[in-house]
Design a binder for this molecule. Structure first.
Ligand code: ASP
Ligand code: MG
Length: 420
């Protein structure tokens, strides 16, 4: 069996759904499990519904009407005859969602969130299931909640691997084409849970792991994984092959390639992951698999914006040693500042962090009682994996002030100030 994953952007309109069918047609329909996200920006729109449900205490948030209109427009664009079944099924899902909002008494935001956002995936897969059926492709609509079992940690649930594996195997056995949802699961009480935003890739990996799939393919609107974000870097190149390890390294430095959570189960069973273009399904794209770390072996550029550089030096010219460093790290942990880069000398210590939880001021106050502290906000952290001199030069040529530069064998990092 092979696993395909189609994200929201790939099925954002009727044309996208037709293209999904054509991709299946061109690449072989048999023995495929298709994991689909909510259509277009539906998850964001459902988040708005939840916000307004809590803020205005309304049982029928107006945003829901737009979401409904959007999906029914897609149905109009897909079905000419035999519309009744799909309309009835989709209507039933909207009714169920409406009823939930009407009768729900649970005040827990995250619980409500999962019960509501999951409808995005349930609706998208229902439409796609009927569309493929109308094209003569017999396919089984699988409710992922029946087999993706998790704990109660709503909005970022953790997987119960044991149960999930068995349930998936049983649910899929003997089926040739399966359509199911990414992102959603259920807990021991059968309440819906979700795996965290952008969790559909992870779902695809979970299904592939349980089924010992031959491969996972993520169909995207880009040709594959590039060696830099084309919105930030020019002359980007397509990477043909990346090892699991290298992909995890790239993700660690901030490349939004593929989430390590998605890679781990695949790496354990050495199931290859392909990232391919749904616009050009004949092109090979990128393969993340066992083998060469990186083909072609070119520098990979990663940028993390809006970082903070904190420079500490001892007040009395004493050395900054283990004791101080462990004190600093404890504080960084306590104030929830992910550390991106460190550099130290005898009497100074620099650290580049993300001010993710906006606790910088508090932290600096504490640090000032023991050190001289200089804080530079809004810096950019550039990382080049497999750097060469040309790549390093391209960073120097950005015309920005380089506040810190660090090289290890494979990786060069630069903290750049925002000003020239
Ligand atoms: N629909 C969910 C989201 O937008 C899951 C996904 O797309 O991966 O976060
Ligand atoms: Mg999405």
């Amino acid at each position: 069996m092979k696993v395909y994953k189609f994200g929201g952007a790939s099925v954002k309109d009727a044309g996208g759904v037709k293209n999904l069918y054509s991709v299946l047609n061109k690449t072989g329909i048999k023995n495929t499990l298709v994991v689909v996200s909510a259509m277009g920006k539906t998850t964001n729109a459902l988040e708005k519904v939840i916000e307004s449900y809590f803020a205005n205490k309304t049982k029928t948030p107006p945003e829901l009407l737009q979401i409904k209109a959007y999906h029914f427009e897609i149905i109009e664009g897909l079905f000419t005859i035999n519309k009744k079944e799909v309309i009835d099924d989709v209507q039933a899902l909207f009714d169920e969602l409406q009823d939930f909002l009407k009768y729900n008494k649970a005040p827990n935001y995250s619980f409500v969130y999962d019960q509501v956002v999951s409808f995005g995936e349930l609706i998208s897969t229902t439409i796609i299931h009927h569309f493929l059926t109308a094209q003569g492709i017999f396919n089984f609509w699988l409710d992922a909640r029946e087999c993706v079992k998790t704990d109660d940690y709503y909005r970022a649930a953790n997987l119960d691997w044991e149960n999930t594996q068995n349930l998936i195997k049983n649910a899929v056995a003997g089926k040739e084409v399966v359509i199911t949802q990414g992102f959603i699961g259920s807990n021991a009480n059968n309440f819906t849970t979700t795996l965290g935003r952008e969790g559909s890739d992870y779902s695809a990996a979970i299904f592939a792991y349980a089924l010992n799939a031959d491969s996972v393919t993520i169909w995207k609107d880009v040709p594959g994984v590039l060696n830099g974000d084309p919105r930030v870097f020019s002359n980007t190149q397509l990477l043909h092959q990346i090892s699991y390890r290298e992909a995890i390294e790239l993700a660690f430095y901030g490349a939004s390639v593929i989430h390590p959570k998605t890679l781990q189960p695949l790496q354990r069973k050495e199931i290859p992951l392909y990232v391919r273009s749904f616009e050009k399904p004949e092109a090979a794209g990128t393969s993340v698999s066992k083998g060469k770390p990186l083909v072609p072996h070119v520098p990979c550029f990663i940028v993390k914006k809006d970082q903070v550089l904190i420079q500490l030096s001892s007040i009395d010219f004493s050395f900054i040693v283990e004791e101080n460093i462990s004190y600093i790290f404890n504080l960084l942990h306590e104030y929830q500042m992910p550390v991106e880069l460190i550099q130290n000398s005898a009497i100074s210590f620099s650290v580049c962090v993300s001010n993710k939880y906006k606790r910088l001021e508090e932290l600096v106050l504490v640090l000032r009682s023991r050190f001289n502290v200089e804080v530079i906000e809004n810096v950019d952290l550039f990382t080049i994996r497999h750097f060469d001199e040309k790549a390093v030069k391209s960073i120097h040529q950005k015309g920005k002030k380089i506040l810190l530069e660090q090289r290890t064998q494979e990786t060069a990092q630069f903290v750049l100030s925002d000003t020239e």
